[in-house]
Design a protein around this ligand. Sequence first.
Ligand code: GLU
Length: 380
Amino acid sequence: MNTRTVLNKAQKLVIKVGSALLMNSDSHDIKKGWIEALAQDIAALSAQGREVIIVSSGGVAFGRKALGISWDTRPIDIRLEQKQAASAVGQPRIFAAYEQALEALGLTGAQVLLTMLETENRRMHLNARETLQTLLDHNVVPIINENDTISTEELRFGDNDRLAARVAQMVDADCVVLLSTADGLFDKDPNRHPDARLIPLVEQITEEHLSMAGEALPGLSTGGMKSKLQAALASTRAGIPLIIAHGEEIHALRTLFEDENKPSTLFAASENRISARKRWIEGHVNAKGSFFVDEGAMEALKKGKSLLPVGVKRMEGTFKRGDPIRIKTLQGYDIGIGLSAYASGDAAKIIGKHSADIADILGFTGRAVLVHRDDMVLGS
Ligand code: GLU
C-alpha cells in the first residue's frame, strides 16, 4: 500500500490547503498561479468522475494587513478578536480567487464556513453533510474554511488539519490529503537535523510518531506537524487514510497522483470504514426513542437497505431530526440503532405510509427514508 494506490482508488477526496501555500511570502499577495494550477488539477479529477472538497486556510492570513497585524506575529499568537476581524477581511478574497480559477475552467465553487458545532452536533452534522453532498452531486466544488469570524475560543478547531479530518468523516470521504510546507512526517525535525528521514508509510500511529512531531515554525502555518498527526489519528480511526505531502510547487496535487517519486507520508486507515462508522454512531448516541418495525422491514434492513416509513408500525419518544433512535421488532427486541431523518412529530405522521406520500402528508418534500442505511448500525 502506498500513497498512489490509495489516491487512485479514492472517489471522494478532501484536500487541505495551508495558508503558506496561498500567500507569496514577500509581497503577501495571493498566489493566483498556484490556485489556477490547483483548479486545473481539480478539474482533471472531476472529469474522471471523482468528487473533490477543498478545505482552505488563508482567511486570517489575507486579512492581517487590514488589521495591522505584524508579519512577525505567529498565527497562534494573534488575539482572538483580531483573528475574527482579519478573517472577515481575508475570507472573501481567498474564496474569490478560488471561484475565479474554477470558473475559468467551467467549474463552480461554493463557500462553506463551518464551526465545531456542525461537526459535533448530530442534527447540524446531518444538515451540513447533506448540503455538502448536494453540492458534490451538482458538480460544485466546496471550498471550506472554519468560520473564524464567529468561532470563539471554545468553539474553534483552530487549525484546518483537524477540520479537514472532520469534514472527511462527515462526507464519508475515501482519503484526506494535507498539502503543506513539509514533505511528510520525518523521524526527526528536518529543520534541525539534516539526516532526518521521511517516513513514507505509517500503519499505526504510536507515541513515538507523536513525539516526532514539532509545533508550527514561525511563519504563516498554524498547526505544524502536531495538528497534522492529530488529524491523522482522527481520520485513520474513522477508517479514512490521510496523506501529508509538500504542496508549494505548481500542480502539486497532480504530481502527487502521478509521480511515484514525490515524497509523502501515508497514514493507513486503521480498520475498515464500516466498523469505524459503527463506532462513531455508537459512540455518540443515547437513544431518544424507538421505531418498531415489521418483518418485511427487518428483512430489508438485514440486506443493507434503509428503513422506510412504511415498515415502521409504531414509535416511541420525542426527538429531533438526527437524533439516535433504537430500532426494534414489534415484540420489542432490539435490533439496532440509527439516526432519524425526521423529528418525532413528522415521523409519527408518516410511519406506516409510503414514501411517495410523504410530501402530501407533511406539506414538504423530505427524505424518502426514515433512517438512512449509512446512519444505521444493526446488532448494536
Ligand atoms: N482557519 C484559518 C484561516 O483561514 C487557518 C487555520 C489553519 O491554518 O490551519 O486563516
